[in-house]
Design a protein around this ligand. Structure first.
Ligand code: SF4
Length: 251
């Protein structure tokens, strides 16, 4: 390949990345990679350490729930909430969706363009990939998984939610956790991992370990959109899923 052709390829790749970022990231319009590594048969390789480690732990609800609280009440409050500046740019607040007695609570960062438009969490290519990853360890949002975000309203241009925005919104997530009482939490990406673990460490340092969030096993891993950008992250993400699986009953 000539140097000129190579330079042009690099330029096109850079322009594609910029375009994706401006258009809402890889939540929009990207081809899904083949995820052959997410093979349910490979689960036998997983360690059996974590389930035993958490056998005696007891759940500590992050908040005292208001009387008669419910997921529907939280969704309704978020829909009219104006506690932070993200309210002004949203089309819809995205509270969450899934099974009301979940094995796993997946926590992402915040809605993207598609989520803002549809009112549903993790839709578009990243959401499809998440569904595929969950299915590989026997999970689905219709049967045994709930999906929520740190902030319920879309940050403009898909920027990271600011610390004050995260803090303003956290009460909703705390109530969701107290109602759902999941058996394990998957923090999908750096922002939820840092928020839940109260740290500034990068996701590379936080992943691959089993954490304790108020008595609930927590695994942090890469956001599916990062896997769409970089296929080399698929292998460590699969290791994280296997670790999550071992924290579940009958792993
Ligand atoms: S992000 Fe959360 S705190 Fe901010 S306006 Fe939306 S629901 Fe309210």
């Amino acid at each position: 390949m000539s140097e000129d052709t190579n330079d042009r390829k690099l330029l096109y790749t850079a322009l594609e990345l910029i375009e994706d970022s401006l258009a809402g990231g890889y939540r929009l319009g990207r081809r899904l990679p083949a995820f052959a590594e997410f093979d349910p048969d490979a689960l036998s390789e997983a360690s059996d350490r974590p389930a035993a480690a958490f056998a005696d732990s007891s759940f500590v609800a992050p908040v005292d729930l208001p009387d008669n609280d419910s997921l529907a009440a939280i969704a309704a409050e978020a829909a009219r909430c104006r506690k932070c500046r993200l309210a002004s740019g949203r089309s819809r607040a995205v509270s969450g969706e899934g099974a009301e007695r979940p094995l796993v609570l997946v926590i992402g960062e915040g809605p993207g363009a598609e989520e803002d438009r549809t009112g549903r969490p993790f839709v578009g290519p990243a959401g499809q990939l998440l569904d595929k990853m969950l299915a590989a360890i026997g999970l689905s949002r219709s049967a045994n998984t709930y999906i929520a975000n740190i902030v319920k309203c879309r940050p403009p241009m898909n920027r990271d939610p600011a610390p004050d925005e995260q803090a303003a919104c956290m009460a909703y997530l705390d109530r969701q956790i107290a109602l759902l009482r999941p058996r394990a939490i998957l923090a999908a990406g750096r922002i939820p991992a840092q928020a839940l673990l109260s740290t500034k460490e990068g996701i590379g340092k936080l992943r691959g370990k089993l954490w304790d969030y108020r008595g609930v096993p927590l695994v942090a891993s890469y956001h599916p959109s990062a896997l769409l950008r970089n296929e080399e992250l698929k292998r460590p993400a699969w290791e994280d899923l296997k670790l999550l699986k071992t924290a579940l009953p009958d792993a």
